[in-house]
Design a protein around this ligand. Sequence first.
Ligand SMILES: NC(=O)c1ccc[n+]([C@@H]2O[C@H](COP(=O)([O-])OP(=O)(O)OC[C@H]3O[C@@H](n4cnc5c(N)ncnc54)[C@H](OP(=O)(O)O)[C@@H]3O)[C@@H](O)[C@H]2O)c1
Length: 334
Amino acid sequence: MKAIQFSRFGDRDVLEYIDVPKPFPQNDEVLIEVTASGVNYVDIRERQGIYQRAETHVGKDKGLPRISGLQVVGIVNEVGPTGDQSLIGEKVVALIPSGGYAQFVCAPSNTTVCLPASADDALIAAMPTQGLTAWLMLKASTQLRSGESVLIHGAAGGVGSLAVQLAKSMGAGLVVASASTEEKRAFAHSIGADVTVDYSLPDWPKLVLEATGGRGVDIILESIGGDVFEQNFACLATFGRYIIFGSTRGPGRPFEPRRLMQKCQTMTGIYLPVFLAKPELIRAGLTDLVTQVLKGKLRAQVAAILPLSKTVEAHRLLEERLVVGAIVLDPRIP
Ligand SMILES: NC(=O)c1ccc[n+]([C@@H]2O[C@H](COP(=O)([O-])OP(=O)(O)OC[C@H]3O[C@@H](n4cnc5c(N)ncnc54)[C@H](OP(=O)(O)O)[C@@H]3O)[C@@H](O)[C@H]2O)c1
């Protein structure tokens, strides 16, 4: 089968479009013939050898050669000896630890969800990692209660935009969305944010306090870091929950955990691959997300569909931040 593989960490030219042996399913795994494979920014960091998983650190040769790719849609071709053979022929979406940049990939059956034949392959393949991160933050890291207020940073991004929509659908009383440009804030409004703030303004937390009658928000979903990490505390309510899922501007200054005592606040972090150890949650989240996308209640964004052979171009578009939404690879396009 064809796959995109790298045998050393580095720039885009380490990605090779080559023939590799087709995998075969173990235990209850399913072998999926891929029709759409979603690209994530972490795939680039993995290729560069700077992703935080042990096997992809620079200087380590563990895990090489490697086929990236965390999320696919396709048709089940085979099922492992202990699996459910009735899945053969079904269209599915799967969250996988790696291997999605290929014509075929094996997926654990417990992180695979069936789709109707009519489902839009690219639209569904665009969403699992970002959607599950948003879903798990609001359902597992904390439980958003009806009427609560949420501040979502980077709200025009993949995780942020899905989190805005999920928070509204879960009954949030107020969704405050931050983004750096007028256009991105207008987009955040269009998908349901009640209030938007420009977090490049030094006193942006005041706007959040104004929007919440001075009490601050119940939940903050934080992915920015830098100064924003500290500024968040100025607009987090008493009993507020602070959830960290990224740091696009770096980690910020050291933090003294005892300050959380003053307002009985909670801080937690989330890293999606760790949740592969809780497949029942992955499956529940993926099922809910797919249902909402299929009903048109959740808007995932496909920026481009490219042949698998053009993965180098997909990485370039993402690295140069030339796309809004996800890029999807189609191994069937020559
Ligand atoms: N914890 C997990 O398991 C997990 C899973 C998926 C993603 N993530 C992390 O979540 C964050 C968002 O991921 P995503 O897939 O939603 O990314 P994305 O679609 O590229 O969106 C990222 C948003 O972050 C904002 N941002 C602020 N400073 C930035 C900078 N210096 N460079 C780039 N963007 C910047 C941008 O919004 P503005 O222009 O409005 O500032 C952008 O819209 C990333 O840090 C990613 O690593 C974590």
